[in-house]
Design a protein around this ligand. Sequence first.
Ligand SMILES: [Zn+2]
Length: 133
Amino acid sequence: MNKKEQQELERRREWRRMWTRSWTPWTETHPEIEALTLKVKAAGVEALDATRQDVWTYSATSVPLHECGNPSCSIGGIDLRPLVSEAIAEHKSTIHTSAICKGLEGNPPRSCRMIVDVSGWISYKPAATGVGT
Ligand SMILES: [Zn+2]
């Protein structure tokens, strides 16, 4: 690994650290949630690649930042927060959508645009009734 690659890796790690620090598990920010599972897999042309068939699973406490898998993508990764927040706001129990990487690759930089399929399941605690009885 040369010096430039080393610096890039450091930059990514630092960015990820900052990102992680700014995030709180769903069960803390949304106490009505009992459990949350997200499954993410490659979509688009990537999905045809036999080496890109993995499915990643995220729970309510895993950091919802999906590595896009593009080695030349800088400070990329797919932020799964907006789609989960939206589903929770609408009290949805399932999510079926796709998300796109907003990182940059190459020089001059262009959008990475790696795309993934996201499936999710959210279960909510029963609404509190008869508090104090
Ligand atoms: Zn990317």
